[in-house]
Design a protein around this ligand. Sequence first.
Ligand SMILES: [Zn+2]
Ligand SMILES: [Zn+2]
Length: 435
Amino acid sequence: MKKLCFLLLYIFSIPAFAQTNSLKSAISKKADSLQSKIVAWRRDFHEHPELGNHEFRTSAIIAKHLKVLGLEVKTGIATTGVVGILKGDKPGPVVALRADMDALPVTERTPVPFASKVKTMYNGRETGVMHACGHDSHMAILMAVAEILSSMKSELHGTVKFIFQPAEEGLLPGEIGGAEEMVKEGVLENPKVNVIFGLHINSQTEVGIIGYRPGGTMASVNDLQIIVKGRSAHGAYPWSSVDPIVISSQIINNLQTIVSRNLNVTENAAVVTIGAINGGNRSNIIPEKVEMLGTLRALSLADEQMLIERVNQIATKTAEAGGAIAEVKIPYSLHYPVTFNDPGLTMKMLPTLQETAGTANVILRPAVTGAEDFSFYQEKVPGLFFFLGGMPKGGDPQTAPSHHTPDFYIDESGFALGVKALCNLALDYMDSNSK
Ligand SMILES: [Zn+2]
Ligand SMILES: [Zn+2]
């Protein structure tokens, strides 16, 4: 009886696995055959970059592509966002896949024939515009994923939501947008998203490599403003002042004890940076006030809350000890949560990444103290955000131009792996959650 049960189990399990495996081999073949199309999309985006909330040409190209594929398409979400919905013929969960669309105010210096020559005014200054973070590759990769998965509609157990998001790189003061606004405008609803996957190409990781990390992967950001209010006096008679410059210097030094004394450094990294200090205008006048601007980075919500609390305490109490008042605003104008990869989901999907890239090519990477607004989706639904190699094979990560610089360069031969990884993640998640 036991043997018969095993036999029946075996027989019934063959078609499901065989089907997934045949879909995966079809995905692999299609991804390879789409390479020249993906490169053409990417080069076109690269040559015509648009800053955050201005991705009008970009989003029109994407919307047209998704419509041609037969997807249900919504446009104008959070200004220029595009969402395509692919309903598989079989019931199952809703998987969201996300790409960001915006370029940066950077003047390109690469010798590639499709280098950007676009110029614009940004913050009152003329600047070049460049896809200097690789979001052009993310869009091209996700367009290919949409093309491949929509050709398998009849086999899909569930729905795939393709999210093309504007303004990942941050906003000008007073602007709204990016992932936070996409979430507010309901991008994770109708149909309700169960899980989200996203990737970032990396110019200092070799082509063929996938980097991942469970838990805190990229940091939260809280920018801060501290205003120290003292009493002005002649610089020759400091005893009649409450000197906000001396008090500010004490605050800055005291803030640097937070990471070294309050943070459990064996668990996570964190950063406290004061990046601007403004006060006074000549040598012999003690000013009335000083303004400091800074940024806090943390890799867990608990650490983030601790940093905010300690900065408040240290700034106000240090000022009080000197007879001044410190007014602290955190966040001042910018807040991103931690890009937190759900540990259970990450470990569950790791075999999919390993199968796609080869186990040796999937590496556990250190956390990053930079930030990503993919974190806003992960606040609402479990998500996995991973890194895709974009540095030419044999390159040196130390000297490869980093993101956000005029020489930023991506090796296009790495795109197919990104396409396969996102397709397989969607497929495996739907398959394992639809029974
Ligand atoms: Zn960036
Ligand atoms: Zn980026």
